[in-house]
Design a protein around this ligand. Structure first.
Ligand code: PLP
Length: 448
């Protein structure tokens, strides 16, 4: 089923069918639902969720990378309930203890010197704010973004998003120049080794800068492209970019909405795979930090954060209940070394999935870092991306009690995305891999 195309009639219960009909009658067509029979998830615990008909699923998508630690994590639920019992919302015009505490922790973790933190309610708003800051600081509305990237759904975020299947407008308040590098295994430089690939991308960046008609404010990039299909450049690419950017005073915004908080296993932030570059000038986050509560934000050096010379606030950004959830979630994540768990269990899962995919013509590549694993699917025996194969695997996995994500851009359409909560156990990794192996074989036979 492609985006916007209505799902076939559900064969589920009458209640489920009625809800689906009401959904279609009142919500936008482009708010796509997964599955021919879309699911109504009613509750979750640990790495599992249940649908309205009582079926249990292993959640390999973690909401949408939003359930960072676990569903119904007792510490988070308790923190939310206690804060909700006291007061739901005050106002950014008053002091807010949970907000200050979370900002202190994030500033210290960010690696950015003299850091300031501004809280938003989403990743989109975080990136919007980062773009506002960078363009105001540099007094330029020209930015660099990566091909195949995704940065959110506001007017400025879709305007710079390189993945055009998620960018419904050609209009933008920003002038954007797109550079190569976010996708290692496709595109004109895919045949090069890592060193030559990096050199080619740096030359492309320099070429773009040569074409710029005004100063460029910033480069915005996801260290591992999320919606684009969990693709990463060679380690060190952004360090090499940074050298060029710094010659021109251009800021580096690292969009860590999917890659933050240890998900990639080896590093707490995605930018650390490019550590020779030092920290970015601005870092944006959202998704997993609230474990499902709407918390996003921007970290920037004080000089950049404080460059705005007008008032600005977010009414709900940093509201006490969301801050309570994020503080409890972050404490759990750090106390239990979930980054280490992502590295260990993610490494095993990657190996297991590579073995499962060996010899299957429908799988082009199994790739990933930590618990951020992508399986790129093609029409068997070709190099043509296959969203159809991805849908077949998704349906077969669901039959087997496993939820996955889909993704991809133009060149990478047809990628399965695996990003479970970082508490995933080895037994659960094995359980999910077995279902996936069967689902991949089902798709292979169906397309043969
Ligand atoms: N940036 C990246 C890398 C994302 O993956 C997303 C969402 O998927 C966003 C920004 C936008 O975040 P949100 O959907 O919370 O607005």
């Amino acid at each position: 089923m492609s985006r916007g195309e209505p799902a076939p009639a559900a064969a589920g219960s009458g209640v489920h069918r009625e809800l689906l009909a009401r959904h279609r009658a009142v919500l936008p067509d482009w708010l796509a639902l997964y599955y021919a029979e879309p699911l109504e998830i009613t509750h979750g615990e640990g790495r599992h969720v249940w649908d309205a008909e009582g079926r249990r699923y292993l959640d390999f998508f973690g909401g949408i990378l939003t359930t960072m630690t676990a569903h119904a994590l007792p510490e988070v639920t308790k923190a939310v309930a206690e804060q909700a019992g006291r007061i739901l919302h005050t106002s950014t015009v008053y002091l807010d203890r949970p907000m200050v505490e979370l900002a202190e922790r994030i500033a210290a973790l960010s690696g950015i010197p003299d850091a300031r933190v501004f809280f938003t309610t989403s990743g989109t708003e975080a990136n919007d704010t980062a773009l506002l800051l960078a363009t105001a600081h540099r007094r330029s509305n020209q930015v660099l973004a990566m091909r195949n990237s995704y940065h959110g759904r506001s007017f400025s975020a879709v305007g710079i998003t390189g993945n055009r299947s998620w960018s419904p407008t050609s209009l933008s308040p920003l002038q954007t120049l797109y550079v190569h590098g976010g996708v290692r295994t496709r595109g004109p430089f895919a045949h090069l080794d890592d060193e030559a690939f990096t050199a080619a991308c740096v030359a492309d960046l320099a070429d773009m800068l040569g074409q710029a008609r005004a100063d460029v404010a910033a480069l915005i990039a996801e260290p591992v492209q999320g919606v684009g299909g969990f693709t990463s450049p060679p380690d060190g690419l952004y360090a090499a970019f940074r050298e060029v950017l710094q010659q021109h005073g251009i800021l580096w915004i690292s969009d860590e909405v999917q890659t933050g908080w240890g998900r990639t296993g080896d590093h707490f932030w995605g930018w650390q795979a490019h550590a020779a570059a030092g920290p970015p000038d601005l870092l944006t986050f959202a998704k997993g930090i609230g474990n499902g509560m709407s918390v996003g934000g921007v970290v920037a050096r004080a000089e950049v954060m404080n460059c705005l010379d007008a008032n600005s606030l977010s009414t709900f950004g940093g509201s006490p209940v969301t801050m309570a959830a994020a503080n409890a979630n972050l404490a759990h994540l750090l106390d239990h070394d979930l980054q280490g768990n992502a590295r260990r269990v993610g490494g095993l899962l990657l190996e297991r999935l590579r073995a499962a995919a060996a010899g299957l013509g429908v799988v082009r590549e199994v790739r990933g870092r930590g618990l951020m694993i992508g399986i790129e699917l093609v029409a068997p025996g070709t190099d043509t991306p296959s969203p159809e194969a991805a849908s077949l695997v998704l349906e077969a996995a669901r039959e087997g009690g496993l939820l996955l994500g889909k993704g991809g851009g133009h060149a990478t359409a047809g990628v399965l995305r695996i990003a479970p909560p970082l508490t995933l156990t080895v037994a659960e990794a094995e359980e999910g891999a077995a279902v996936l192996e069967h689902a991949l074989r089902t798709a292979e036979s169906a397309l043969a």
